[in-house]
Every structure is written in structure tokens, then in C-alpha cells.
Design a protein around this ligand. Structure first.
Ligand SMILES: C[C@H](O)CC(=O)SCCNC(=O)CCNC(=O)[C@H](O)C(C)(C)COP(=O)(O)OP(=O)(O)OC[C@H]1O[C@@H](n2cnc3c(N)ncnc32)[C@H](O)[C@@H]1OP(=O)(O)O
Length: 726
């Protein structure tokens, strides 16, 4: 069973002071499985029955209150194994009728996490005591859900409507101190005082020295109805603007509002009904899939199951202080790794250090970092112009321009100057690692560490292994990845690896459509409305045509048969239109980087069209929005299938994560393979085949897709005989 190694339980221990301590136990995060919930109800009823119990404290084992409802139980509902609302989802009644309405007071003692259902249990208690570092929140919306154990009603009554909506809509947690300021917890104490302070608080409630509060009926934090309506109106407008494709944030606001207007019991009922609908929605199914897939990336068969312990990486060198190198250095020093930044001359080195400084300064400006922490963090970075200081580094990450012979030279040098255990990583985004390491004898410690720009912000780290890379080196890099808060996906070696192989047809398909008559700006709009952060043309402007063309060349060389050859980008570049940095690309940019459409583009498109020998296709010129989405993304699915079939990715779910975190594919569509399976392999195959007949090999469905389509099989089911590169 995913995410829940045991079914969990609770224990009850009655002290001489007459307080029953109920402990939630379900490693690793004390999630609330059916067994935990049933056991909690039984322990609670026992405490209420026993004459020697005067008051109750609920806490979680091993310094964690609870990570919330057991998410794996949602999967069963989503797979259709469970149809009716299960007792789990009716637990809201138990919290209201048994805990909150009890004749004995209860206090939650919170350390570590109190998330989702965990916080909802705590809010049904009559008071909450937490440690300063505890994290409290209702992150259910991240899963396409709303709180289902009364959180939509109790949180607004404890912290006010606006703050409650903010916490739920952003899924952000607050720490114990902040929770105290908000009124969500009643006192903050150190972890070793937690249980005794909570027991004392419960006795104080009993003896009327502290208030006995049922959160559900608290009113003093609630705004007047008129003010509340304004808050709801504003929240709806914001939610609509930020996530127009998502319905559950609006449902959440509706449910909170219903409770304010019609009373908390009516609110609880609406919460229950809405939760039942949402848990079965495609969006929740997709987001739950993403939740488990993201955690699944750290489990790589044949590598993470070998019992290898990651070696400690104490010092890292980064080669190249450009955009990528400085971003990588920033990510490393932010996680306390001392870093040497090597450049070829002083001017470049100072520029690189300047970029790192600017990255950190922007955190200070946003209030995410103190000036003192800024100084300390920056002091971890040292510039260097030679390899002398590489004598004691444990890992090098090369991030110079995409030039094969330059990289080959660098890796030969690294072999000479770095200690023999040192991990030699390259941040190349496309070049085959075997080529890069060709002139060395260190193939076992050469690995790809492909970051995404800006490297200190983007969450994905594509770890590329060749057939020679040792499992130890992979485990070491995965560990560094985790420490710098990246989600690693381990992939095999090939041109473009997983993410860029999927990106390539995305841009290519867009160019093909434009040359055949589809409006360029319409494509960007449709793709943005689909949920991508920006359309393919706006993205090309952001990346810059220089990089786009250089990367494209790698694909032309390696996958010529399925490359759509167009001169659109080179023609524009010839005219000094190189993307955002030149202020002109597919869009025109003003001082504030605001993009404006440019009617002049027509002349480049017409020229590119005539060079390609392509005529406007009236059918494509009238393409529906659905068709635009399919013609752009099915070629991406096709490439993802190849990547999967070749064993470059071991699990389809890794490609889902790669697409979401590397390409910006909307997580609420579950990732590229998950989304593709919602159409079915037969449909995708038939569409690609139809287009390939008219528009050429670019669309030709791959053998894997043909095979899955013939069997009517899902694209994400495991590949049995893949010639795995892992
Ligand atoms: C009715 C209610 O209103 C509905 C709900 O409560 S919905 C649930 C709300 N709770 C959440 O969304 C929290 C989800 N969990 C998290 O954000 C993070 O796991 C965490 C912050 C709790 C811990 O993070 P971290 O320490 O990095 O550990 P992480 O690797 O994520 O999780 C450890 C393991 O616990 C599992 N897990 C975490 N939370 C879980 C949950 N709520 N249910 C089931 N499994 C869970 C993970 O799948 C993972 O399993 P694995 O080891 O087999 O891969």
C-alpha cells in the first residue's frame, strides 16, 4: 500500500493526574488511515467512559502530530474500488459529536506536522499547544480537494475568514509561533515540555482556569456578513485569475461562505458533500497521482535498493558563472555547501559572483532572507581562476556553454586536478555524456546534473547516468539533490535526456503549425489556457534563439528523420531578433519586459514558409482549440513514449514529474503520460498517423505507441522488455 507501511493505531495512557494521553501512531507521518481513525475514536470513547480520566490530550508519535488523512485511501475511491462515502470520510461527525461535544476537555499537543486532517483533529480539541517549529496547515487543495474533517468551518472561526482562506487556497503552512499569533494555537512551548504543558492546560480547562472552547461555534474572529461577502468576492476573483481551470478553490470558498451565512452545521454538511464530489474528480485523481509520483522518483530499481549510503559531499566546485552556473552555485550555498566558482578570467568571475549575489539579494528584498543570513550564505562562495583549489572538492558541476570539445577538455583537466573520489557532473542539457567523458578514464564517476533555469528556483534535477556511472555516484548526487530541495529524476543517457527530448517536439509542432497557417499568437494563447506557464513562442523568446537553435542542432543531428526543418528562427535571428534579451523575438518587449504582439512577424513566417516549400493549409488555418492542443502535445507524448520504451525513463510516472517540473505541464492534468492515458493509446495513435500522412514524418507514431494502440493498452503501464539504459 503506497505511503502507508502499517495500518497504524493509537495508544492510550492514563496518568496519575487523570489525563488520558492518546498518541497517533502510523509511521512515517502518522497519517490518518481508517485504522488510525477507528482506533482514535475507540480510545477517545474509552477515555470518556473511564472514571479515572478527567481530561484528554491527543498527540502524535515520534515528534509528528499528523500529516493528515491517508492519501492512499483516496486512490481507492478514485480507482472506483470504493463507491460509497467510507466511514473515513464521515469522521467529521466523530470529531464534532464525540471530541468537540465531549463532557471532558481535550487539548492537542502538536510537534512536527499538523497538516490537513491532522490539524482538523487538533482544531476539534478545546485548545492547542504547539512547539515553535511545528508546521500547521490545510494543504488539501494541493490534492484537488478541500478540507473534509471540518477544517473549512473551524479554521475561519479560529483565525478569521481572510487568513483561513489564504491558508487553504495557497496550501501554505504556518509555524507554531505564527499559529500562536493567529490564534490557531493557544500556547507555544519547547518539545520536551509539550505533553506536560498540554496535560496541565486540559486540567486548567476542567477547573475553569482556561476557557473551554468549541472552535465550531466560536464567533469573535468572524467578520460582519457584509465584510465577509467582500472577502469572498475578492477571493473568488483571485482564484479565478490564478487558476482559471480549477474548480476546487471556488468550491472551497463556497463551502466556507455557506458556513458563515447558514451556520457551521450547514457548512459541515456542504463540506462533506463537496468533498465526496471532489475526491472523485479528474483533477484530484491527477494531483494525487503527482503526489505519489513525486515521492516515487527517489526509488530507482537497481540503485536505491542496493543499500548504499550516500557519501558526504563537503565541498563543491561549479565551472562557469553564467546564468546556469550562478544559479547552481546559489542553490548549493543556500543549503550550506561551500562552493568554488571557477571562471576563465576575473571579469567573468566577478560577473558570476555578482549574479549569485543578486539571486540572494532578491530573497532579502522579498523578506525571505535576513541581511545577516545573506552575508553568511555569500561567504560560502569563493571565486577561482584555476584548478589549484580543486584538490579537496567532493563534487564538480560543469556548467559552461554547450560545446563538446570544450567540455571534453574540461573533463580531462578535472580528472587531473580533482581527488579520485570526486563526482564529475555536467549540467549539459542535451549532449551525450559518453562524448563529454570520452577522453577520460573516469567514466564511473561522470554523471549528468541537469538543472533547469533559474537553477536556484526550479524544483527539478535531471540526474543522467551512463552505463558506466557507478550506483554510488548516483546515490550521492540524489542525496545532494534532496539537500538542495530538488526533486531528482534519474534517467538514462542520450541526446536531450528526458525533459529536452519532450520539449523539442513541443516547439517543433508549434512552428510546423505556424508555417501551415495557424496564428502564432493563437497557439500561445491556447497553450497558456491549457495550463502551461506560457506558450511555445513566448518561451522561445525567454530562452533566447541562440540557445534554442544550438539545442535544435543536437536534435537535427541525432533525430533527423523526425525533425521538422524550418528556417523561421534563423531568419529572425539574422535580423537581430533573438528573443527577450534583444527586446525582439516573436513578441516585442518594453522596459518592463511586457510582451506585445508584432504584426511584422508575418514577413518572417511567409519567408520561412516559402523556404520550406509549405503552403497555408485552409484546414489548419481553421483549427479548433482542442486540435491545437492535440497537435502540439501528441508529438510530445510520442517522444515521451520513445523515451520510456528505450528505458531512458524507468517509470512513466517519472516522465509525468519531468513534464510537470521541467516543462511546466499542468500538474492538475497529471503529467504527460497520465494525461495521454485519459485519451487512450488508440486515439493518440490514430491522430498521429492521420497527421503524418498529410504533414510528414514529424508526426509518425513510434513503434511503442503502435504496439500499445494495437493492444488497447495504457501508455503508462510498465515496459517489460525495454532495453533499459539504467
Ligand atoms: C479529510 C482531510 O481534510 C483530507 C486530508 O487530510 S488530505 C491530506 C493532507 N495532508 C497533506 O497533503 C500532506 C501530504 N504530505 C506532505 O506534504 C509531506 O509528505 C510531509 C510534509 C507530510 C512530509 O514530507 P517529507 O518529510 O519530505 O516526507 P515525504 O517523502 O513527503 O513523505 C514520507 C512518506 O509518507 C507518505 N505520506 C506523507 N503524507 C501522507 C499522507 N497524508 N497520507 C499517506 N501517505 C503520506 C509519503 O507518500 C512518503 O511515503 P514513501 O516513503 O513510501 O514514499
Amino acid at each position: 500500500m503506497k505511503g502507508s507501511r502499517t495500518k497504524g493505531t493509537t495508544t492510550i495512557e492514563v496518568g496519575a493526574n487523570g489525563v488520558a494521553l492518546i498518541t497517533l501512531i502510523h509511521p512515517p507521518v502518522n497519517s490518518l488511515s481508517s485504522d488510525v481513525l477507528n482506533s482514535l475514536r475507540d480510545s477517545y470513547e474509552q477515555a470518556l467512559r473511564r472514571d479515572d480520566v478527567k481530561a484528554i490530550v491527543i498527540t502524535g508519535a515520534k515528534g509528528k502530530f499528523s500529516g493528515g488523512a491517508d492519501i492512499s485511501s483516496f486512490e481507492k475511491v478514485q480507482e472506483g474500488t470504493v463507491n460509497e462515502p467510507t466511514p473515513d470520510f464521515k469522521f467529521s461527525e466523530v470529531l464534532g459529536d464525540t471530541l468537540e461535544a465531549a463532557k471532558k476537555p481535550s487539548v492537542a499537543a502538536i510537534d512536527g506536522l499538523a497538516l490537513g486532517g491532522g490539524l482538523e483533529v487538533a482544531m476539534a480539541c478545546h485548545a492547542r499547544i504547539s512547539t515553535p517549529t511545528a508546521r500547521l496547515g490545510l494543504p488539501e487543495l494541493q490534492l484537488g480537494l478541500i478540507p473534509g474533517f471540518g477544517g473549512t468551518q473551524r479554521l475561519p472561526r479560529l483565525v478569521g475568514i481572510a487568513k483561513a482562506l489564504e491558508m487553504m487556497l495557497t496550501s501554505k503552512t504556518v509555524n507554531g509561533e505564527e499559529a500562536h499569533d493567529l490564534g490557531l494555537v493557544d500556547a507555544v512551548v519547547s518539545p520536551n515540555e509539550l505533553v506536560s504543558a498540554a496535560c496541565q492546560w486540559a486540567l486548567d480547562i476542567l477547573e475553569c482556569r482556561r476557557p473551554w472552547i468549541a472552535s465550531l461555534y466560536k464567533t469573535e474572529k468572524l467578520d460582519s456578513l457584509g465584510e465577509a461577502r467582500e472577502i469572498f468576492k475578492f477571493a473568488r476573483a483571485q482564484a479565478q485569475k490564478q487558476a482559471p481551470n480549477l474548480i476546487h478553490p471556488i468550491v472551497c470558498i463556497d463551502v466556507v461562505e455557506h458556513g458563515i451565512v447558514s451556520g457551521p452545521r450547514a457548512g459541515l454538511y456542504k463540506e462533506f458533500v463537496s468533498f465526496q464530489d471532489l475526491v472523485r474528480s479528474y483533477i484530484s485523481k491527477s494531483l494525487v497521482h503527482i503526489f505519489f509520483s513525486q515521492r516515487g522518483t527517489t526509488k530507482v530499481p537497481g540503485i536505491t535498493d542496493l543499500g548504499l549510503v550516500p557519501r558526504q559531499v563537503k565541498k563543491v566546485a561549479v565551472l562557469g558563472g553564467g546564468l546556469m552556473g550562478s544559479g547552481i552555485a546559489t542553490a548549493l550555498i543556500l543549503s550550506n555547501y561551500p562552493v568554488i566558482l571557477k571562471e576563465v578570467n576575473d571579469q567573468f568571475m566577478q560577473a558570476g559572483i555578482g549574479r549569485v549575489r543578486a539571486n540572494l539579494q532578491s530573497r532579502v528584498k522579498k523578506g525571505k532572507m535576513t541581511q545577516d543570513k545573506f552575508e553568511k550564505t555569500l561567504s560560502l562562495l569563493k571565486g577561482s581562476l584555476d584548478y589549484e583549489s580543486f584538490i579537496d572538492v567532493d563534487m564538480v558541476i560543469e556548467a559552461v556553454i554547450e560545446n563538446v570539445s570544450l567540455k571534453q577538455q574540461i573533463f580531462s583537466d578535472l580528472e587531473k586536478y580533482c581527488p579520485p573520489h570526486c563526482i564529475l557532473a555536467s549540467n549539459t542539457s542535451t549532449i551525450d555524456l559518453n562524448l563529454i567523458g570520452k577522453q577520460t578514464k573516469s567514466q564511473d564517476r561522470i554523471i549528468g546534473a541537469h538543472f533547469f533555469s533559474p537553477a536556484h528556483v526550479m524544483p527539478l534535477l535531471e540526474i543522467v547516468r551512463t552505463k558506466q556511472t557507478s550506483p554510488q555516484v548516483i546515490v550521492d548526487l540524489m542525496d545532494v539533490g534532496k539537500k538542495i530541495k530538488k526533486t531528482p529524476i534519474v534517467v538514462g543517457n542520450c541526446t536531450g535526456f528526458a525533459v529536452n527530448r519532450m520539449f523539442f517536439p513541443y516547439t517543433q509542432a508549434a512552428i510546423l503549425l505556424v508555417e501551415h497557417g495557424v496564428d502564432l499568437y493563437l497557439i500561445d494563447r491556447v497553450i497558456t489556457e491549457f495550463g502551461m506557464p506560457m506558450g511555445p513562442f513566448r518561451l522561445a523568446d525567454l530562452v533566447g534563439f541562440g540557445v534554442a537553435i544550438a539545442t535544435g542542432m543536437q536534435f537535427v543531428e541525432n533525430f533527423a528523420e523526425r525533425t521538422y526543418k524550418s528556417l523561421l528562427l534563423p531568419l529572425m535571428q539574422e535580423d537581430k531578433r533573438g528573443g527577450e534579451t534583444t527586446r525582439k523575438g516573436f513578441y516585442l518587449y518594453d522596459d518592463r519586459r511586457k510582451a506585445k504582439q508584432d504584426p511584422e512577424l508575418r514577413k518572417y513566417i511567409e519567408k520561412a514558409r516559402s523556404v520550406s516549400g509549405v503552403a497555408v493549409d485552409p484546414k489548419l488555418a481553421r483549427l479548433s482549440e482542442e486540435d491545437i492542443v492535440e497537435m502540439i502535445f501528441f508529438p510530445v507524448v510520442n517522444e515521451a513514449c520513445r523515451v520510456f520504451a528505450e528505458g531512458i525513463a524507468v517509470k512513466a510516472a517519472d516522465l509525468d514529474i519531468a513534464s510537470v517540473m521541467g516543462m511546466g505541464f499542468p500538474p492538475y492534468r497529471g503529467g504527460i503520460m497520465f494525461w495521454a492515458d485519459s485519451f487512450g493509446s488508440k486515439y493518440i495513435y490514430s491522430r498521429l498517423e492521420e497527421w503524418s500522412k498529410t504533414y510528414g514524418e514529424f508526426f509518425e507514431p513510434c513503434a511503442f505507441l503502435a504496439e500499445r494502440s494495437a493492444k488497447g493498452a495504457p501508455l503508462s503501464s510498465p515496459v517489460e522488455h525495454a532495453k533499459s539504459r539504467l
